[in-house]
Design a protein around this ligand. Structure first.
Ligand code: UD1
Length: 363
């Protein structure tokens, strides 16, 4: 069986690393499986891409399509044109896409147009917020994919509601959590730790990159000011996404308690998450990592495609209303937070289940 694995943007890299490891393990056991790794180039900065390959021991991609930057349509088009050529030259039995980024959708469409099967790892998630580019990516991908590897039972139910036959849905757990467990002992102290004299539970960690939070100056300014006025003097460590960096530079926003850093590598970022008083974020993946590490997590969004992080885990959906944000941050300061549990099958063995299922399907 030949698998083409697609990765394009930062949150994809931790999802494909354990899948490749599981394929290599299967190869060692004599199973008939080979893979080709395609990097679309959606994320191209060293700190958004190459550092993750290095730290997570992901092999060099077989090809980089170098289709980064530009508008959503420009990115989608560039990826599709180049991925079509790649598939025509190297036709696999199945294309494996992960997550919900532009590359996920673009490569799914391209594959299906060439009648190549598609499997969607992390299929079935729904925020029901159609203003999110990721929701469009998820819905398009899930409406054409052949097989779905889901992180939760609820994701499977969403697919069934959409008319997907239960036999094409495999509830396997979360590959991002495979990466977390596999690397937990390797989390690496970032420079800022000693430089600022940080210690356990002595700081907040903040990430922001959603267009709805960072593309308008007044919205971003209100969020940052509310956070700074509600975190009781604790430093707020803020690894800044390139998109957000552009706006902060324009605004010239500075505050001595807001520690703006370049994007951190996986091992350094997770070191900080594991020891933080709390995480404040608009990312989806980080709410899952905080859930597994049982760290209080405040999500600056009005919807989530990952409701289990709230229903089971340590995450709360707070939205962008400053009063609401203040209320939740005060609860963290007062140590008034739920403990949370870990969702079913988020156990570190998801990728092996995926490969076993694929080998069964293409027997
Ligand atoms: C993308 C994903 C989002 C994911 C996020 C994590 C989509 C629709 N969104 O959002 O789901 O949570 O990645 O990082 O796919 N840029 C750089 N250097 C880079 C990458 C991007 O400067 O290495 C710039 C781009 O040129 C662009 C902006 O940052 O101007 C946004 O990048 P883009 O890939 O469009 O989306 P993200 O906001 O990163």
């Amino acid at each position: 069986m030949r698998v083409t694995i697609v990765a394009g943007a930062r949150p994809n890299f931790m999802k494909i690393a354990p899948i490749i490891r599981a394929i290599r393990k299967a190869q060692k056991e004599g199973k008939n499986i080979s893979y080709r790794l395609v990097h679309t180039g959606q994320h191209y900065d060293k700190k958004m891409s190459a550092d993750f390959f290095e730290q997570l021991n992901i092999p060099e991609p077989d090809i980089n399509l170098e289709a980064g930057s530009g508008t959503q349509a420009e990115q989608t088009a560039a990826i599709m044109i180049k991925f079509e050529k790649e598939l025509m030259e190297n036709r696999p039995d199945i294309v494996l896409v992960v997550g919900d980024v532009t590359s996920t959708m673009a490569c799914s469409i391209t594959s299906k147009k060439l009648c190549v099967d598609v499997a969607h790892v992390e299929g079935g998630l729904r925020s029901y917020d159609w203003t999110m580019p990721e929701e469009i990516n998820r819905i398009v991908t899930d409406s054409i994919a052949d097989y779905f590897f889901t992180t939760t039972e609820m994701a499977g139910d969403n697919l069934k509601k959409q008319g997907v036959d239960a036999g094409r849905i495999f509830f396997v757990g979360n590959t991002m959590i495979d990466t977390l467990y596999c690397n937990k002992e390797r989390f690496r102290k970032p420079e800022i730790w000693d430089k600022m004299g940080l210690h356990n539970k002595s700081y907040f960690i903040l990430t922001l990159h959603r267009p709805s939070n960072v593309d308008h100056e007044t919205t971003l300014e209100t969020i940052l000011n509310t956070i700074l006025s509600s975190t009781s003097g604790f430093p707020v460590i803020f690894p800044v996404h390139p998109r957000t960096r552009k706006m902060l530079q324009k605004m010239k926003f500075e505050d001595s308690r807001l520690i703006q850093l370049d994007p951190l590598s996986y091992l350094e970022f997770m070191y900080l998450v594991e020891r933080a008083k709390a995480v404040i974020t608009d990312s989806g993946g980080i709410t899952e990592e905080a859930t597994v590490l049982k760290i209080p997590c405040v999500t600056l969004r009005n919807s989530t495609e990952r409701p289990e992080t709230v229903l089971i885990g340590s995450n709360e959906l707070v939205g962008s209303d400053p009063n609401n944000l203040k209320k939740y941050l005060t609860r963290i300061i007062q140590n008034d937070w739920k403990h949370g549990n870990i969702p079913e099958l988020w156990d570190g063995n998801t990728s092996e289940r995926i490969i076993e299922s694929l080998l069964e399907i293409y027997r």
